[in-house]
Design a protein around this ligand. Structure first.
Ligand SMILES: O=C(O)CCC(=O)C(=O)O
Ligand SMILES: [Fe+2]
Length: 255
């Protein structure tokens, strides 16, 4: 089955972003949450404002992926057949995602505004589980902004600027549980995204949520707010540089 992605476009956003509200079923969601929960504890990296699983493994210092398949539960049904039907990774170098980050946020937790960076093909596909959350989208700082704020540029950071949590988001995307959000192109390379560290998401409505018309449950948010609950995301990407383990061993052995 081939799906018409255009019907899912978030028209208010720069190219390209798409939102599909019922991407997986309730049963699939429960099963995926069970899989995330049953991963051995050392799989989790506890960060100060969320915890994280990295599949199949973390990237090397030079942003390469050691070749290894994703576990079956991250492939089916999300990649096969759903992403295949959407054909979203068709133009990516490996024609499929090869890397998944699992992020878990408790109420009050979040992720600083950031960009996903050049290690990946510029496309990220995020499946949301457990509860809704608002993703905030920011302009990168301009040189003038940075000079005014007196923030020095740091080596190794985005040359366009440094994220500032006090900035107001330019756009807000409400990600319902079981939804899929796709960001690619300018949306991936020219903007920052983050999740505010809040216990409730407020000011919800057609004027502040850019995918309002694409939501499954607009009525549930009509009152303008909800209390955050534990929310888990699966973020699928294609790492550009993949090295075979054999080659790495040869390199280490100097042969
Ligand atoms: O949890 C999310 O939806 C966003 C996660 C994210 O931005 C990332 O892992 O780079
Ligand atoms: Fe990100």
């Amino acid at each position: 089955m081939v799906f018409d992605l255009e019907a899912a476009r978030i028209a208010a956003l720069p190219d390209d972003a798409f939102y599909i509200s019922d991407f997986i079923t309730v049963d699939e969601e429960n099963w995926l949450l069970q899989k995330v929960k049953s991963a051995p504890l050392p799989r989790w990296t506890q960060l100060s404002h969320r915890r994280l699983q990295t599949w199949p493994s973390a990237l090397t210092k030079s942003n390469a992926l050691l070749a290894s398949p994703l576990p079956a539960w991250l492939i089916s049904p999300i990649i096969e057949p759903r992403f295949e039907a959407l054909r979203i990774f068709n133009d990516a170098p490996h024609q499929a995602p090869n890397h998944v980050l699992v992020n878990e946020y408790q109420p009050g937790q979040g992720i600083m505004p950031h960009e996903d960076g050049a290690a990946y093909y510029p496309l990220v596909a995020t499946v949301s589980l457990g509860a809704p959350i608002v993703l905030s989208v920011y302009q990168k700082h301009t040189q003038i902004d940075r000079e005014e704020s007196g923030t020095p540029a740091k080596a190794g950071r985005d040359v366009a600027g440094i994220p500032d949590t006090n900035r107001r988001p330019q756009y807000r995307i409400l990600q319902e549980r079981r939804s899929l959000l796709i960001m690619r192109g300018n949306m991936y390379t020219d903007l920052l995204h983050g999740i505010e560290e809040k216990t409730r998401d407020e000011d919800l409505g057609p004027h502040s949520i850019c995918n309002w018309e694409l939501l499954r449950e607009r009525e549930a948010y009509q009152c303008g707010w909800y209390e955050r609950k534990t929310r888990t995301s699966l973020t699928y990407r294609d790492v550009l540089h993949v090295v075979k383990m054999g080659n790495t061993l040869k390199l280490l052995g100097g042969r």
